[in-house]
Design a protein around this ligand. Structure first.
Ligand SMILES: Cc1cc2nc3c(=O)[nH]c(=O)nc-3n(C[C@H](O)[C@H](O)[C@H](O)COP(=O)(O)OP(=O)(O)OC[C@H]3O[C@@H](n4cnc5c(N)ncnc54)[C@H](O)[C@@H]3O)c2cc1C
Length: 316
């Protein structure tokens, strides 16, 4: 099934995008949200009973589209978004974190741990609150620079431990083998989160001794050791590495953009068309806070959704 539009992120920008799509009669629409419910930012970061202002931080916005928005409280705002999602019977998929969006032969593949979804257009509305998941044990402050969540700081000729057997972990590990000595550690006795192509690739790399896979390798704790990191595995073994890359879920907005091949400027801000919010990848749009480095507002996110939809249906 190829959707007309897949929307990544079920906050105000994502919900408004889904509603606009429905009103403009695009029926094959899927909204994917990593949390258990829509509007995770409002649920998690707003205090109970918080006043929610339409004019937020003096940003006075005239709404352009079909989705209205009013002053209220945290609770009334959540109820309102719930109601418009229900009224328009939007197709939603919760508890599903999108890892990245890739364009293959003109169709977008939206990659999640639960499988891939396909669409002609994608709207990314993931906000700015995303953080990579961290391990439960303490990371010593003195080695924070060599404890990473992506491979962008690796310098080459390093002994690197990549933790996590999902698609990101596998891809980082394989990619790093060109210039580094790489071990990939997973807690499970086999790959459970990577897709079949990645699993086949990493097992082949292991067979060819281009990297090393350690199954059942759960880490107990880590220590700093002369600028390097000593890893104590729960099975009693210990190994010293130059760097650890944790790929155990969660993602920052910038990682998401880079993994999705969206061009960013030298300040790592996404490059997009200011009228249509289309990125450097044709058919891949942004809406809401992901666009700004200093934060937007609910009304701004709702307006982006309308502008994006106008472009998708050819009115812009
Ligand atoms: C404390 C606080 C108070 C605020 N008060 C106001 C106010 O009074 N009025 C106002 O207008 N604005 C207010 N804002 C700003 C407002 O909340 C944001 O501008 C608005 O939520 C942006 O909507 P969004 O859809 O872009 O992003 P978000 O609301 O952040 O929603 C993004 C959604 O995407 C999901 N997501 C993230 N990554 C992924 C992924 N990889 N895969 C799938 N889903 C993903 C998240 O779980 C989340 O549900 C406030 C913000 C904060 C933090």
């Amino acid at each position: 099934m190829t959707y007309d539009i897949i929307i990544v992120g079920g906050g105000p920008g994502g919900i408004a995008s889904a509603v606009e799509a429905y009103i403009f009669k695009l029926k094959k629409v899927l909204l994917i949200e990593k949390g258990e419910n829509h509007s995770e930012t409002i649920r998690k970061y707003y205090k109970d009973s918080k006043r929610v202002d339409k004019i937020y931080k003096k940003q006075e916005i005239t709404l352009k589209g079909n989705v209205d928005f009013f002053d209220g409280t945290k609770e009334s705002t959540l109820d309102y978004f719930e109601e418009i999602l229900d009224n328009e019977t939007i197709n939603t998929l919760y508890n599903t974190e999108v890892d990245r969006v890739v364009k293959e032969d003109g169709i977008f593949k939206v990659v999640t741990r639960k499988g891939d979804y396909f669409a002609n257009n994608v709207i990314v509305s993931i906000g700015r609150m995303g953080r990579p998941n961290k391990p439960s044990y303490k990371i010593p402050t003195s080695i924070r620079k060599i404890i990473n969540h992506n491979p962008y700081d690796c310098r080459g000729k390093e002994k690197i431990l990549v933790v996590g057997g999902g698609d990101s972990g596998v891809e980082y590990a394989c990619q790093l083998t060109t210039e580094n000595e790489v071990t990939l550690a997973l807690r499970e006795p086999k790959f459970v989160d990577a897709n079949a192509i990645n699993e086949e690739m990493v097992i082949r790399y292991d067979q060819e001794e281009r990297l090393r896979i350690r199954y059942n390798a759960d880490i107990d704790y880590i220590e700093a050791l002369e600028g390097r990191v000593k890893v104590y595995y729960k099975n009693g073994f210990q190994t010293v590495y130059d760097r650890i890359i944790y790929a155990i879920g969660g993602t920052t907005p910038i990682d998401f953009l880079q993994r999705s091949d969206i061009d960013v400027d030298d300040q790592k801000r996404p490059i997009y068309n200011e009228n249509t919010y289309e990125t450097s990848v044709k058919g891949l749009y942004l809406a809401g806070d992901i666009i700004y480095d200093k934060g937007g507002s609910i009304a701004m996110a709702i307006n982006h959704a309308y502008d994006v939809m106008q472009h998708i249906i050819g009115k812009k």
